[in-house]
Write a protein of this length. Structure first.
Length: 179
């Protein structure tokens, strides 16, 4: 069996990365600030129903460069709109863990839109009565068990984070070549 392996020049790589499209889950809520960032920065995005995560990315077909069909990346970002949403997700252990199990097939990040979120976990500064030590233990257990990282961000930087996460993820994938 012959394997075709594409290696892209720096110019080709730039062309492909300039065409990157962010995929946004249709069920994602309270994300107007992210969509507005994409619009302001002319970042193409498409609304699609996703099985895992809230955001992903793709590069459209480019026959001149050998991509005869759209290239979808398996990486995903799950977004929580604050520490309270994260706590509620973790409290609903079976549902949250099922989501994480589905995510193990994908490079995965979770962003929590609360710059002081980690500190709030440590001090118990959230609505739930969930014990801070237990919450931290659950979060860190899940991160290690399902191989993901949680990033605490100011909401105004979420769009930038999502774009650059996928841009550099795609770049590294493409630099390695496509089989």
């Amino acid at each position: 069996m012959n394997t075709i392996h594409y290696k892209f020049t720096d110019k080709e790589l730039k062309t492909l990365l300039d065409s990157l499209v962010i995929i946004v889950d249709t069920r994602e809520q309270k994300n107007q600030h992210i969509l507005e960032y994409f619009r302001k920065k002319n970042v193409p995005f498409k609304l699609r129903t996703m099985k895992t995560g809230d955001y992903s990315a793709m590069i459209p077909a480019n026959t001149e460069l050998g991509l005869t069909r759209d290239l979808y990346f398996s990486a995903a970002i799950e977004r929580k709109n604050g520490i309270d949403e994260l706590v509620e997700s973790i409290k609903d252990r079976s549902r949250f863990e099922n989501e994480l199990i589905r995510s193990t097939k994908h490079p995965f990040r979770m962003i929590v839109e609360d710059l002081q979120g980690y500190e709030k976990i440590l001090t118990g500064n959230y609505r739930s009565k969930y014990e801070p030590k237990s919450l931290l233990g659950s979060l860190k257990t899940f991160e290690n068990r399902y191989n993901f990282t949680t990033v605490f961000l100011d909401p105004k930087t979420s769009g930038n984070y999502i774009l650059h996460h996928f841009l550099y993820f795609a770049r590294e994938q493409l630099k390695g070549g496509i089989n």
